[in-house]
Design a protein around this ligand. Structure first.
Ligand SMILES: [Zn+2]
Length: 395
C-alpha cells in the first residue's frame, strides 16, 4: 500500500518553501503519527540538505500529511487524528498523486527581490557609493575631478606585467630595437626629460602616484603609426610613427601625451568605470530584471569618455613638453602629420565610434592651448637668450 505524503519546509537560504511529495511505503515501523512525523522530518531535512540548504530554519508549519482517500491510510493511523494534525487546509486539496518535482522559484521571487534582499543590495550600493566618493581625486594640470577605485600599486603591477609580456613578444618577433639603438636612445632621452617634470603638478607640488615610477621606452620596428603607454611609465613607440616626425619637439609632443595619461591616471579611471558598470549591470539584472547591453554602455559611456581623456592628454601633454623645454608648437606639427597620415590611410571612422577625437578637432584644441603652454615654457626658463645682452636683462 502506498501513502502519498506531502510536506513543505522553508529554506533559510533561499527563503522559499520546498514542496516534497514522497511516496511513503507503509511499513510496520510507521504505527503512529509521531513515528510518521519523525520520519517525515528526517526525510525533509535530508532533502533540503541535498538541495544545498545546509542551514535549516525550524519550520513554522510541521510536515503535512495529505491524504485524499481514507482507504489509502494505514490502518495503524486513525483518519481523524490525521485530519486534526494537518496545519494547512490548502494541502488537503492537493491531488494525492502529484508528480515529484522541486519547484524552487516557481511563483516566488528570488531572495534578492525580497525585502531583505533589496535591503542588502541597498546597503551594498550605498557602501559602493561611499567608496566611490572617497576615491574621487583631482587630475593634475587639468583640474578635472574623477574617481579611481584601483590603487597606484595595482595599476603599476598591471602595467609592468603587460609591458614585460609585450616586450617579450616583440623580442621573439625580432621587432624590439635594442636600448643602444639611436632611435631608442633618442626617444628615451626625450621621454626621461618629460618624466622628470611630470613628478610635480602645475603648482610645483609633488604628484603622489608619480613617485617611484620606473620609466621605460620600448621602440618597436614596425610601420604602425602608433605609440601607447601602460601604467607605471612604460611607453611603446613604433618606428612607423617615429619616421613621420621631424624634430625632437614633435617627438616630445607624443611623449608628453603618453606621460599625461600616466599623470592623469587614465587607465585606472577606465578600470574603475568598468568596475562600476559591471556592478550596475549586475544590480539592474537582479533587481529590475533588465539587461544593460555592453554595446550601449560602450557607445553611451566608454567611447565618449575615451575621447574626453584623449583630449585631456593632449592638453596636459603639451604643458609637460613645454615644462621640459620642448617647443609647444611641436605639438601642432606632430598632430598635423598624424592627420595627414590618417587621410592617406583613408580609414574613415565616424566620430561617434572613435576612441580618439577627430584629428582636425585635436589640432584646433591644441592651438587653443598653445598660449598656456608657451607661458609654461617661459616660466620654466626655457627661452634661450637671443644674444649676450639678453642675459644682462633690462638696465
Ligand atoms: Zn592617448
Amino acid at each position: 500500500m502506498c501513502l502519498p505524503l506531502l510536506a513543505r519546509r522553508r529554506c533559510c537560504i533561499c527563503n522559499v518553501y520546498h514542496h516534497i511529495d514522497h511516496k511513503l511505503r507503509h511499513s510496520s515501523g510507521l504505527q503512529s503519527i509521531d513515528a510518521t512525523q519523525a520520519m517525515l522530518r528526517s526525510k525533509i531535512n535530508r532533502h533540503l540538505r541535498g538541495f544545498g540548504c545546509l542551514a535549516l530554519r525550524n519550520a513554522t508549519e510541521g510536515p503535512v500529511l495529505a491524504v485524499q482517500k481514507s482507504e489509502a491510510i494505514s490502518p495503524h493511523i486513525p483518519n481523524d487524528a490525521l485530519q486534526s494534525w494537518l496545519p494547512s487546509r490548502r494541502y488537503q486539496s492537493l491531488p494525492a498523486r502529484r508528480s515529484t518535482q522541486y519547484q524552487h522559484f516557481k511563483g516566488r521571487k528570488p531572495w534578492w527581490q525580497s525585502a531583505t534582499g533589496m535591503k542588502w543590495l541597498g546597503i551594498a550600493g550605498g557602501a559602493g557609493g561611499v567608496y566611490y566618493i572617497a576615491h574621487i581625486e583631482t587630475v593634475p594640470y587639468s583640474g578635472r575631478r574623477h574617481a579611481v577605485l584601483v590603487s597606484p600599486a595595482t595599476e603599476m603591477a598591471l602595467g609592468t606585467s603587460t609591458f614585460q609580456q609585450f616586450k617579450q613578444e616583440a623580442e621573439a618577433n625580432g621587432t624590439l630595437l635594442p636600448a643602444r639603438h639611436p632611435a631608442s636612445r633618442l626617444v628615451s632621452k626625450i621621454g626621461m626629460r618629460i618624466a622628470g617634470v611630470a613628478q610635480t603638478d602645475n603648482h610645483g607640488q609633488p604628484i603622489k602616484h608619480m613617485k617611484g615610477l620606473d620609466w621605460e621606452f620600448a621602440i618597436i620596428n614596425e610601420p604602425t603609426v602608433n605609440a601607447f603607454v601602460v601604467p607605471g611609465g612604460k611607453v611603446v613607440f613604433y618606428t612607423g610613427l617615429l619616421r613621420l616626425l621631424e624634430s625632437e619637439d614633435e617627438i616630445a609632443a607624443i611623449l608628453g601625451h603618453e606621460a599625461a595619461h600616466v599623470v592623469s591616471r587614465h587607465i585606472g579611471e577606465k578600470l574603475s568605470s568598468t568596475i562600476v558598470f559591471t556592478f550596475l549591470q549586475l544590480a539592474a539584472g537582479l533587481v529590475l530584471g533588465v539587461h544593460i547591453p555592453a554595446d550601449i554602455a560602450q557607445l553611451a559611456v566608454f567611447l565618449p569618455n575615451s575621447r574626453k581623456v584623449e583630449t585631456e592628454a593632449d592638453a596636459v601633454g603639451i604643458q609637460l613638453a613645454a615644462k621640459a623645454c620642448f617647443k609647444p608648437s611641436g605639438a601642432v606639427g606632430a598632430f598635423e602629420k598624424l592627420a595627414a597620415a590618417e587621410k592617406r590611410e583613408g580609414v574613415k571612422i565616424p566620430q561617434l565610434l572613435r576612441t580618439h577625437p577627430l584629428s582636425e578637432s585635436r589640432i584646433k584644441a591644441i592651438k587653443h592651448n598653445l598660449p598656456k603652454a608657451e607661458q609654461e615654457y617661459e616660466l620654466a626658463g626655457c627661452r634661450a637668450p637671443k644674444s649676450f645682452f639678453d642675459v644682462l636683462g633690462p638696465a
